[in-house]
Structures are given as structure tokens and as C-alpha cells.
Ligand binder design. Structure first.
Ligand code: CP
Ligand code: NVA
Length: 302
């Protein structure tokens, strides 16, 4: 039996595979809209393990499997024996013996790595404290659809150096663009990852400098899942990094801006930008569906 192909971070794909996946996602999107999808995942079953909340990730994986002829199981942390302390490696062995693929959203990235190491089928990271690679596939698809290839562009991250930021750092080195990370001291992304990405990503404390001539501005909540009790202190430190019209004016004239959602209007992003008629944020959210269908096809080589 060949070893399963996992997707735990973007670095599990080559640059050519990322570009091929985006092309396929765009094709799947137009087929879906035309009512002409082919059931490439006919009879396949995806188990989805969630120990954190979700709207987009759950709906997109579940709908995506159904649309491609397969099905998805929702397993909440509390309701399975995992929640009662059954070891991850035992759970991985059992669950993967019954399904074709597993998606996990949880806290520790090491838990997803451990599950993958003991799984006989592909494992997809649906968000950990450290990475959110599925989100960036959808974000990249959106950029490619609207502006073309992102290689050589300037991208600016605003706010907390969190899991979504880490996945954008990986994207920068895979697809060869510049990522300027605007965050205050104490909110830096992981130091080891920053060192690994140093040719493509760097920190700039001044958001007005960071946003200058950027082709794409990005942000995310200031307190991620699991950090809710730090909300007030984080909001006080991160306030100058709000994505708003003033910062957008500093960027390139045709700059796009994105947010993975859910958003807090008036905190990390202004209500005005969230509600702008020409924002690509809703397209970005929808693309989770299409990008992940292409990902599942790739992992199962259908
Ligand atoms: N962006 C994202 O992953 O959304 P959910 O938390 O709703 O899945
Ligand atoms: N950084 C956020 C992303 C939510 C999709 C979190 O981890 O809660």
C-alpha cells in the first residue's frame, strides 16, 4: 500500500501543484455553476473532526463532498471517544480504516501531525493554532481569478501574526511574492518560520509603510479561537493595524483586500470595507468550496 498524501501545511504541495489546483478549482467552479459537475469523488467518504467552531470549513467540505458524489461525516470533539481521551494514534487507525479522507480542525498542530502519521488515508488540516492552509488556497484562487498570478506582487498582512499569517508566509515562498507583515511587538509570527521565509517575508512595524503600494492587503481577527480571554488587551495593542480606507489609500490603486472571516466589523476591519460593493471577501469565502474540491481530488488522485 502506498503512503497517503496529506495536506497539513501549504508546503505539502509544490508550486506547480498549487497553480494546477487553482486552475482546477476555477474549472470546478464554472462546471458547478453550469450544473455540469462530474462525480469525481463518487462513493468517497470524508470524516470531519472539529474541536473548534466553524461555519465556512464545515459547510464547504460537506457541500463539496456531496456535489462530487461523496459524503461527509461531522464528528465533534466532545461526542467522539477522542474527547474522552482515546489516544490520537488509536483513533487515527480506526477512523482511517473506515473512510477515504479525514479533515481535522483543532488546537495543537502536533495533534494533526500525529493523526496523519497513524492514518492510512489522506489527512487535511482544517485549521490549527499554527496554520490554516485551506484558507490560503481559496484566497489564492480569488487573487488569480481577479488579478492573475500573484508571483512578484507585494502583499501586506495587518494585525496578529497568527495561523492565517503563517500560511500566507508559506504561500509567499512557494509562489515567490513579497509579504510584509505589519504587527506590533509581541504579535510577531513564529520566529523559526520567519527565518525560513526570510527571502520573501519581513516585519514592518509601521502599518502605513507596510501598506505602501501593496497589491493585496490581508487581515484576520485579533483574538483567534482559544484566545478569547485576551480580546481586550489584544484590541488595545492592534488598533493601529485596522484595515480601513486610510490604509487602502496607501496601497496600489487597484489593490484588493481580503479577510478569511468571521470578521469583527469596526475592529480589525472597518465596516465600510466589509460592506463595500466591490469587495472580493464574499468571493473569497465561496472559493473555499471550489479550492477544497480540487484539493480532495488531488489527494485522492481522482
Ligand atoms: N475562514 C474559516 O475557516 O471560517 P470558519 O471558521 O467559519 O470555518
Ligand atoms: N485566526 C482565526 C481564523 C478563523 C478562521 C482563528 O484561528 O480563530
Amino acid at each position: 500500500m502506498t503512503a497517503p498524501r496529506h495536506f497539513l501545511t501549504l508546503m505539502d504541495l509544490s508550486p506547480d501543484e498549487v497553480r494546477g489546483l487553482i486552475d482546477r478549482a476555477i474549472e470546478l467552479k464554472s462546471q458547478h455553476r453550469a450544473g455540469a459537475a462530474t462525480p469525481t469523488l463518487d462513493g468517497k467518504v470524508l470524516a470531519m473532526i472539529f474541536t473548534k467552531a466553524s461555519t465556512r470549513t464545515r459547510v464547504s467540505f460537506e457541500a463539496g463532498m456531496a456535489q462530487l458524489g461523496g459524503s461527509a461525516l461531522f464528528l465533534s470533539g466532545q461526542d467522539t471517544q477522542l474527547g474522552r481521551g482515546e489516544p490520537i494514534h488509536d483513533s487515527a487507525r480506526v477512523i482511517s480504516s473506515m473512510v477515504d479522507m479525514v479533515m481535522i480542525r483543532t488546537f495543537a498542530h502536533a495533534d494533526v501531525e500525529q493523526f496523519a502519521a497513524h492514518s492510512s488515508v489522506p489527512v487535511i488540516n482544517g485549521l490549527t493554532d499554527d496554520y490554516h492552509p485551506c484558507q490560503i488556497l481559496a484566497d489564492l484562487q480569488t487573487y488569480f481569478e481577479v488579478r492573475g498570478d500573484i508571483s512578484g506582487r507585494k502583499v501586506c498582512w495587518l494585525g496578529d501574526g497568527n495561523n492565517v499569517c503563517h500560511s500566507w508566509m508559506n504561500a509567499a515562498r512557494l509562489l515567490d511574492f513579497e509579504l510584509v507583515i505589519a504587527c506590533p511587538e509581541g504579535y510577531d509570527p513564529d520566529e523559526t518560520l520567519l527565518e525560513a521565509c526570510r527571502r520573501h517575508a519581513h516585519i514592518e512595524r509601521d502599518p502605513l509603510v507596510a501598506a505602501l503600494d501593496a497589491d493585496l492587503l490581508l487581515t484576520d481577527v485579533w483574538a483567534s479561537m482559544g484566545q478569547e480571554q485576551e480580546q481586550e488587551e489584544r484590541a488595545a495593542s492592534l488598533q493601529p493595524y485596522q484595515l480601513n480606507q486610510a490604509l487602502l489609500k496607501r496601497a496600489a490603486p487597484d489593490a484588493l483586500y481580503m479577510h478569511c472571516l468571521p470578521a469583527h466589523r469596526g475592529e480589525e476591519i472597518s465596516a465600510e470595507l466589509m460592506d463595500a460593493p466591490d469587495t472580493v471577501i464574499w468571493q473569497e469565502a465561496e472559493n473555499r468550496l471550489h479550492a477544497q474540491k480540487a484539493l480532495m481530488e488531488l489527494l485522492l488522485k481522482t
